[in-house]
Design a protein around this ligand. Structure first.
Ligand code: ZN
Length: 182
């Protein structure tokens, strides 16, 4: 089945590279197998030139589309598209990909900031209010040893730093709670 290409667009080509070597391992030929199980063969000079080329190189044709090497990748373009158009479209693709990666980096950084914010120390006034309300003891067993401020609803589940969501637990009770809700 022929792939329909939108005019003025490039499509990534699936190319498998097969090296053919002669005696003593010298590179004789490189075969680029493309999507329909057909290949173009490049001799050593053509293969080396491909790696060095800053310009798109047309490699072969297949059912009304042309295989190009451009910007370090292989692409299908509609027959009749010239090298300049291929260069521009390949460049545009790379540029949009970079912009997308930048956006993802920013989103990830923002999420990491939010996570750090959640882990921040409880405000002193919240600690004081909870301490007063819970009378400085574990709300479960009444112990006054190894006391900790505990989030009733964990941050990972949307709990906040509000007084109502904080309680005093001793270490053993906190660990037991941790075990029971997992
Ligand atoms: Zn306790």
């Amino acid at each position: 089945m022929r792939t329909i290409l939108t005019r003025m667009s490039l499509q990534r080509a699936n190319v498998r590279i097969e090296e053919r070597r002669g005696f003593f391992g010298a590179l004789k030929e490189v075969r680029l197998w493309f999507s329909r199980g057909e290949h173009v063969a490049l001799n050593r000079e053509a293969w080396d030139a491909l790696g060095r080329s800053g310009e798109p190189v047309a490699l072969g044709e297949d059912g009304g589309r042309r295989l190009w090497y451009a910007e370090g990748g292989y692409y299908w373009a509609e027959d009749g598209m010239d090298a300049e158009a291929v260069a521009l479209l390949a460049w545009d693709r790379e540029r949009r990909q970079d912009a997308r990666l930048d956006r993802l980096r920013k989103i990830r950084a923002a999420e990491e900031d939010a996570e750090r914010g959640r882990r921040e120390r409880l405000p002193d006034e919240v600690r004081a209010a909870v301490w007063h309300r819970d009378e400085g003891r574990c709300v479960r067993c009444g112990s006054e040893q190894e006391l900790q401020f505990d989030h009733v609803i964990p941050f990972s589940r949307g709990g906040s730093n509000a007084v109502e969501n904080i309680q005093i637990l001793c270490g053993p009770c906190n660990r037991a709670k941790g075990d029971s809700i997992v």
